[in-house]
Ligand binder design. Structure first.
Ligand SMILES: Cc1cc2nc3c(=O)[nH]c(=O)nc-3n(C[C@H](O)[C@H](O)[C@H](O)COP(=O)(O)OP(=O)(O)OC[C@H]3O[C@@H](n4cnc5c(N)ncnc54)[C@H](O)[C@@H]3O)c2cc1C
Length: 465
């Protein structure tokens, strides 16, 4: 972008973590920033609110409670904001999957659910001998990898067998993205699997090669002691100090060409700026750019989404059977249960554990199951309590319960997603070079990827051309 105003004026659309990270990057580069958020709060999908635990209100996340620490973006941003001392790590990374009516450990070593050792005891318990024999055959395989994008489910079924998909990869990867692994793009959703596959020869050996040796790695995940929303409040405070103009309850209605580059029309104002970063979900972005780039808008509309409902439940410890010695468990798709994952929150986070109560976070809803989305809260709670009775033998009522609905929150990166993004980028470069897209709809659904995309969009925008 060749800025016409000095300093350049950047409008950020959306005040989730992507938009705030974009504003942070832009102000750090000397730009003047106006950020417009449609709702009455900043944070978007990140929200932490108190829930009653034994008479004490404890801040518990309603959405993300952790972020990847092995990739730098979120941890580095926390450090820049002075949040380093508030970072913490889950007490355990051990997780289970509910198979054949019982909880079985996930394999000791795996990459996105693909086991690395056919003879690992947990793998032996989960997979039958013929599947493990296919892993051994793969370990001796020579030959090329796939040359086009494939679905995660199709590739792993073809290479290692359906059981690996149904029992491990599907519950894990399908759980993270609330999607259907038979439709999700291997290259866009699980690039580490796609890279290993693309090397050719043995898929499992390539994954082993790319996996850090046990014992030398840092914690995989990090969290913030007072909840993930702490990152949002810290960003807002720091941006206030940099005099960024942050506005809530001001939805953007359209982004068009303007006298200095871009014109952003909101519910109450028309802003001229040198560039805009749109961080809303793709379907909203489509409506905003329709006037300047109909072809980008058309592609954006085809990124569909799924809904997740998350129940936070507090029980008396004495009422909950089992040692809860892990972070929780996953549910394969063919069980008929509503729940897709149960996080044993008070086992995972020591700051949620008062020794007398158990905090569970139970997720429901995915690409092939809209029951929770369509039912009211009471029906969802009843179904999830019934599922907890089935899986954990938990028969009492919770002391506290909260249901959070994340409607159309999870973008689905179907096969061909990367090609679609390339077409969108090309269309915008031609039609609206002063507009950048960022956020979870495009290149990664987690917090680190969202932050990375917001900051990268600003760098791209402010690079002189
Ligand atoms: C239940 C759940 C669990 C999750 N767990 C994890 C996890 O454990 N780890 C992890 O890393 N990630 C997790 N995520 C994903 C993570 O929350 C997202 O990657 C991240 O919050 C996305 O931020 P964003 O800013 O891109 O999008 P959003 O948070 O959706 O922000 C977009 C913003 O744009 C605003 N907006 C929409 N339309 C307009 C408009 N017309 N004008 C102005 N503003 C507009 C919206 O109100 C919203 O505030 C989870 C998500 C959910 C829902």
């Amino acid at each position: 972008m060749t800025a016409r105003s000095d300093p350049p004026h950047v409008v950020v659309v959306g005040g989730g973590v992507t938009g705030l990270a974009a504003a942070w990057e832009a102000t750090g580069r000397g730009a003047r920033v106006t950020l417009l958020e449609a709702s009455d709060r900043f944070g978007g999908l990140i929200r932490t609110s108190p829930i009653d635990i034994g008479g004490t209100p404890v801040p518990i996340d309603e959405g993300a409670d952790a972020f990847l620490a092995r990739v730098p973006d979120a941890v580095e941003l926390c450090a820049e904001l002075g949040l380093g001392p508030e970072l913490t790590a889950p007490t355990t990374g051990h997780a289970y999957v509910w198979v054949d009516g019982r909880l079985l450990s996930l394999p000791g070593s795996h990459v996105m659910g693909v086991p690395l050792d056919p003879d690992d005891p947990a793998t032996v318990a989960l997979l039958n001998e013929s599947t493990r024999e296919r892993m051994r055959v793969d370990l001796g395989r020579s030959g090329p990898g796939p040359t086009t994008d494939v679905s995660i489910g199709d590739f792993i079924t073809e290479r290692l067998g359906r059981e690996v998909v149904d029992r491990i990869v599907g519950p894990l990867v399908g759980g993270i993205s609330a999607g259907d692994v038979d439709r999700l793009s291997m290259s866009a959703v699980t690039p580490q699997l796609a890279d290993a596959a693309a090397r050719g020869d043995s898929f499992v050996a390539a994954l082993r090669h790319a996996t850090p040796t046990t014992g030398t790695e840092r914690p995989v995940f990090a969290g913030l002691r007072s909840g993930t929303e702490r990152l949002i409040t810290a960003l807002v405070d720091a941006l206030d100090e940099r005099s960024a103009d942050l506005r809530t309850e001001e939805p953007v209605l359209a982004v068009t060409a303007g006298s200095t580059g871009v014109q952003v029309r909101s519910s109450t104002a028309v802003l001229d700026a040198d560039g805009a970063v749109i961080t809303t979900p793709a379907r909203v972005a489509a409506g905003l750019v329709d006037g300047i780039s109909p072809s980008a808008a058309r592609e954006l509309r085809s990124i569909h989404t799924t809904t997740v409902v998350l129940a936070t439940l507090v029980f008396d410890t004495a009422d909950v059977p089992g040692p809860l010695d892990g972070s929780g468990f996953l549910i394969p798709r063919d069980t008929g249960l509503w729940m897709t994952a149960v996080s044993w929150g008070s086992s995972k986070w020591s700051h949620w554990n008062d020794g007398r109560h158990v905090v569970l976070r139970v997720s429901a809803g995915h690409a092939g199951d809209r029951r929770a989305e369509e039912a009211d809260d009471a029906v969802v709670l009843a179904a999830l309590l019934e599922d907890l009775r089935t899986t954990m033998r938990l028969t009492t009522a919770p002391r506290s319960a909260r249901v959070t609905r994340w409607t159309d929150a999870f973008p689905q990166y179907d096969v061909g997603h990367a090609d679609r993004l390339a077409r969108i980028d090309l269309a915008l470069r031609q039609d609206a070079p002063f507009v950048q897209l960022a956020g979870m709809s495009y290149r990664g659904v987690g917090i680190p990827a969202s932050i990375r995309s917001g900051r990268a969009a600003v760098r791209e925008l402010l690079t002189p051309r």
